[in-house]
Design a protein around this ligand. Structure first.
Ligand code: FES
Length: 321
């Protein structure tokens, strides 16, 4: 993955606890182009790498814009970005990656954002508008103070397609998900991003209304490492070397592999970023991530060692990192 240097060209408070950052290339180079839904890795010394979605229009690739929610529970990354990183600073980033891309052929889209999940949704709205694809955008936050980019949404050429919803709205104007999802058609796609509970709510509603899985697309920002009383120890065999690693009950495969000297790339350690994805040659993974699609899970040829386990007594894996 290409590492790039980026200068902080602008830093703005967009809402309560949300800061946006505009990154521009250092020296006379161009940033790689990106597509709506893409994210970049951000690197800060001494902290685990973090991913943030790009929220500017993909047609405007000579800068990358992202927004960061200050998260008290985080391991310090968002706090450092809010408090310490300033205009003019140079940071390391990756080239854009996209696990949340718009479908290549589509007649219409419904975009739904919860909180900071608005960032990839903004880039999608810009791209759909440029492509002439009809869409509506529904943005839910706890209160107006927590709604980022409202001025941009109101000034956009597509402002008439945007609806805002606030949990604390006295008039109780909440998103009526059943009504929104009631009308589906083969060329209509649904994209949503936000907190886990919000995404689960939309996923469940879409399934209940009969939306096919390949027309439903979402991206999780955080997850949980689920443990079960029925969890058992299992073995991981490294295909190339034959090394056997035991994953104890109560231990993640990631920690067992790292302890055994395997340099597994990781970031979220919660099954949402995809960074630790590891090819599986034999055995049946017990998928517990939020990253893979149902079709990818069914194929069983990759798994996320940060959160997933194994149904079979042994998984033979072929790390490609
Ligand atoms: Fe993010 Fe495993 S480290 S999915």
């Amino acid at each position: 993955m290409t590492q790039l240097k980026a200068r902080i060209a602008a830093k703005r408070i967009e809402a309560l606890d949300i800061c946006s950052f505009e990154l521009v290339p250092v020296a006379n180079v161009n940033f790689p182009a990106f597509e709506a839904g893409a994210h970049i890795d951000l690197h800060l010394p001494g902290l685990p790498v973090r991913q943030y979605s790009l929220c500017n229009a993909p047609s405007d690739a000579q800068r990358y814009q992202l927004a960061i929610l200050r998260e008290p529970q985080s391991r310090g990354f968002s706090r450092r970005m809010h408090d310490d990183v300033q205009i003019g600073d140079v940071i390391e980033i990756s080239s854009p990656k996209n696990h949340f891309a718009l479908a290549s052929a589509m007649d219409e889209a419904v975009l739904i954002a919860g909180g900071i999940g608005v960032t990839p949704i903004l880039a999608m709205a810009e791209a759909l508008h440029d492509a002439g694809v009809p869409f509506t955008l529904h943005y839910c936050t706890r209160s107006p103070e927590r709604a980022a980019f409202v001025d941009r949404l109101r000034a956009a050429d597509w402002a008439d397609r945007v609806s805002l919803y606030f949990d604390d709205d006295q008039a109780n104007r909440r998103l009526d998900l059943s009504a929104l999802l009631a009308h589906r058609s083969p060329g209509k796609h649904l994209y949503f991003c936000g907190p886990s509970g919000f995404l689960d709510w939309i996923k469940t509603a879409a399934a209940a209304q009969g939306w096919p899985a390949d027309q439903v697309h979402c991206e999780y920002f955080s997850g949980t490492v689920e443990t079960r009383d029925s969890d058992q120890a299992f073995e991981i065999e490294i295909a190339e070397t034959g090394q056997i690693i035991t994953v104890a009950k109560g231990q993640t495969a990631l920690s067992a592999m790292v302890a055994a000297g395997i340099d597994v790339p990781c970031s979220c350690e919660e099954g949402v970023c995809g960074m630790c994805m590891t090819p599986v040659k034999e055995g049946t993974p017990d998928h517990r991530d939020q990253f893979l699609t149902e079709a990818e899970r069914a194929r069983g040829d990759v798994f996320m060692p940060c959160c997933s386990r194994s149904v079979s007594a042994r998984l033979v894996v072929a790390p490609d990192y």
